[in-house]
Design a protein around this ligand. Structure first.
Ligand code: UT7
Length: 335
């Protein structure tokens, strides 16, 4: 049995910055409400004509990660791609990335676990490397939210939160003899599937059915979120799954070098920080600048923390996510 490690990280966000004041021109909201409730000051949105799509942003992040791993694209043996906003309904975004990167016939697997997508994808990559089947697996999270949000007052509780971007990691066989991915811990609770969901177009809501709907009715082709319900579950599950990972490795919160929580809401991160008694230096947040980028939020934050020198060799890095499904998970990594 082998172990795996993250050998390279990369991220990409569109250049177009959208401030809270910009959103206030489109809907009844304001900078004070958004900052107070979420911590978000601005986010990035793809701009028509800038060439960005979910898969092209994924490619940009992946290219950086592969280069930093000291590898060539041809060294990658599998792609695992997490997104809730693929360029097409089918096929999944993984094959589009494979095509754009000219990756011959390597397998491409799509992960549909929303905000937990990156942690789930990382866990799958870890299993493939542990068994010895592959030496280098590319894991990507990328989202184009801005194309599918309701930017009228009706959608304000969702549309002010989400942003676009991509992050990637190369998961490689750990040949350093030290550290690496110690363990991953995954959960789901489908009974809450309707609390944060986009229902159509799907086989539940085919396009003709949606077209027949009166625009004044609840429209199932914009995301719905029961914010307070999601919030209450998030704070419990985040803490639980972090403790599960620490306990599995005989560790405690004081051992954490850097916690990278999925960037759902700054208040959620602060709540977990307080609950686990972590210092400001032990938690990395960047939701203020990017909003919630779902499957991309952890790899973007992890890449940034690493680029800023906040993660050092030997540090215990903890990733934790919670979101639609509900799904949640954590990863314990000795850097
Ligand atoms: O990443 C996946 C997981 N997602 C999460 O973890 C998100 C969890 N939930 C949240 O982050 C928060 O629940 C939100 C940020 C979505 C909402 O914050 P909240 O403090 O729970 O507010 P609320 O939904 O209870 O709404 C409070 C008020 C309402 O008005 P009334 O009924 O009190 O008059 C809303 O209509 O704020 C209103 N409101 C807004 N006002 C200005 C909702 N959205 C906005 C807005 N601007 N954008």
């Amino acid at each position: 049995m082998y172990t795996s490690r993250i050998s390279g990280l990369g991220s990409y966000v569109p250049e177009n910055v959208v401030t809270n004041d910009d959103l206030a021109k489109l809907m009844d909201t304001n900078d004070e409400w958004i900052q107070e409730r979420t911590g978000i000051k601005e986010r990035r949105h793809i701009k028509k004509g800038d060439g960005n799509t979910t898969s092209t942003m994924g490619v940009k992040a992946a290219t950086i990660a592969i280069e930093r791993a000291g590898l060539q694209t041809s060294d990658i043996e599998m792609i695992i791609f997490a997104t809730l906003s693929p360029d097409m309904y089918f096929p999944g975004g993984g094959v589009q990335i494979q095509d754009l990167m000219g990756m011959d016939t390597v397998p491409a697997l799509d992960v549909r676990n929303q905000c937990s997508g990156f942690v789930y994808a990382l866990s799958v990559a870890d299993q493939f490397v542990r068994t010895g089947m592959y030496k280098h697996v590319l894991v990507i999270g990328s989202e184009n939210h801005s194309g599918g949000l309701d930017f009228t007052t009706r959608g304000r509780n969702v549309s002010v939160i989400f942003g676009d971007g991509a992050g990637a990691a190369v998961v490689s066989r750990n040949e350093t003899g030290k550290g690496g991915i110690l363990s991953t811990h995954l959960h789901s609770e489908g009974k809450h599937k309707d609390e944060l969901a986009l229902q159509g177009p799907s086989t539940g809501y085919w396009v003709p059915e949606i077209l027949e709907k009166n625009p004044q009715e609840d429209i199932p082709y914009y995301p719905y979120m029961n914010g307070q319900f999601v919030f209450k579950h998030a704070v419990v599950r985040f803490a639980e799954v972090i403790m599960e990972g620490l306990n599995a490795n005989g560790l405690s919160p004081s051992d954490i070098g850097m916690l990278i929580p999925h960037q759902a809401n700054l208040r959620i991160s602060q709540f977990i920080q307080k609950k686990l008694r972590l210092s400001d230096d032990q938690v990395y947040n960047n939701i203020q600048r990017y909003g919630n980028t779902t499957a991309a939020s952890i790899p973007i934050a992890l890449t940034e923390a690493w680029e800023k020198g906040k993660i050092k060799e030997g540090d215990l890095v903890v990733l934790a996510a919670f979101g639609s499904g509900f799904t949640w998970g954590s990863a314990m990594i000795r850097w």
